[in-house]
Ligand binder design. Structure first.
Ligand SMILES: Cc1ncc(CN)c(N)n1
Length: 217
C-alpha cells in the first residue's frame, strides 16, 4: 500500500465526512445559501494566507529543483487565479474580503504554522497533501456541473478538479510517499499525527461552514 493510502486509511471516518459533506453537496447543487458561501470564503481566505506561506516553505525544503517546480507552479495558481477568484466572489456576494478568524480557521492556521515552523519537509507535505487531496476528492464528482452554477460556486469546483489539479495532488502524494521511505518509525508517527489532525480540521471547517460562519458585511 502506498504510504499516502495508509495515511488516508488512518483518517477514514473524518476523510469520508469531509469529502462527502452536506456543505459541498449543497454548493454543487447550487442550493447553498449565499450568506453561507460568503462566510466560508471569508474564513477560507484566511486559510489561503497560511497555505501560501506553508507551500513556499515546502518549496524551500524540496530536495531538488525538479522536486520543487510543480509546487512553485501551483503557488502561482493560488496567488493568481485562486486569489482573484476570492476577491471577485467576495465582491459579488457583497461582503468584505477581510474578517477575523473563526476558531476552525484559527486552528488550521495554527496547524499550518506548526508544520512550517517544524522545518521538516514531510510534515509540511502531510498538511499540503490533505488540503489538496481532500478537495480533489469532493470536487471531482461535481466537475461537469460547474458551468451551470453562479461563478462563485462553479469556479470553486473547477479550481479543485480536472487534470491540472489532479496532477498537483499526484505530485504532492508522490513527494510524501518518497519522503516517508526515508523516515524512522518515530518520524513516521509524527507524519501520521499531522495528517490525521489535518483531516480532522478539514471536517471541522466544513461542519462550521455548514452551520454558518459569522459574516462580516
Ligand atoms: C480549509 C481548506 N482546505 C483545503 C483547501 C484547498 N485549497 C481550502 N481552500 N481550504
Amino acid at each position: 500500500m502506498r504510504p499516502t493510502d495508509h495515511l488516508r486509511a488512518l483518517a477514514a471516518d473524518d476523510w469520508q465526512a469531509a469529502t462527502r459533506h452536506a456543505f459541498t453537496d449543497a454548493l454543487a447543487a447550487g442550493t447553498l445559501p449565499p450568506e453561507k458561501m460568503a462566510g466560508y470564503l471569508q474564513q477560507d481566505y484566511l486559510f489561503v494566507d497560511g497555505f501560501v506561506r506553508l507551500l513556499a516553505s515546502a518549496i524551500a525544503h524540496a530536495p531538488s529543483l525538479a522536486d520543487s517546480v510543480p509546487a512553485a507552479q501551483f503557488l502561482a495558481v493560488i496567488t493568481g487565479p485562486e486569489n482573484t477568484y476570492f476577491l471577485r466572489s467576495l465582491e459579488a456576494l457583497g461582503v468584505a474580503s477581510e474578517a477575523g478568524p473563526a476558531p476552525e480557521a484559527a486552528a488550521f492556521q495554527g496547524l499550518m504554522a506548526e508544520a512550517r515552523g517544524s522545518g521538516r519537509y514531510e510534515l509540511m507535505l502531510a498538511v499540503l497533501t490533505v488540503a489538496e487531496w481532500s478537495y480533489l476528492d469532493w470536487a471531482s464528482p461535481h466537475a461537469d456541473r460547474a458551468e451551470a452554477l453562479p461563478f462563485w460556486l462553479g469556479e470553486w469546483i473547477t479550481l479543485h478538479s480536472g487534470d491540472g489539479f489532479a496532477g498537483v495532488v499526484a505530485y504532492l502524494r508522490a513527494q510524501l510517499d518518497a519522503a516517508w521511505e526515508g523516515l524512522a518509525p518515530d518520524a513516521r508517527g509524527e507524519v501520521e499525527t499531522m495528517f490525521t489532525r489535518a483531516v480532522r480540521l478539514e471536517r471541522a471547517f466544513f461542519d462550521a461552514a455548514w452551520a454558518g460562519f459569522p459574516v462580516r458585511p
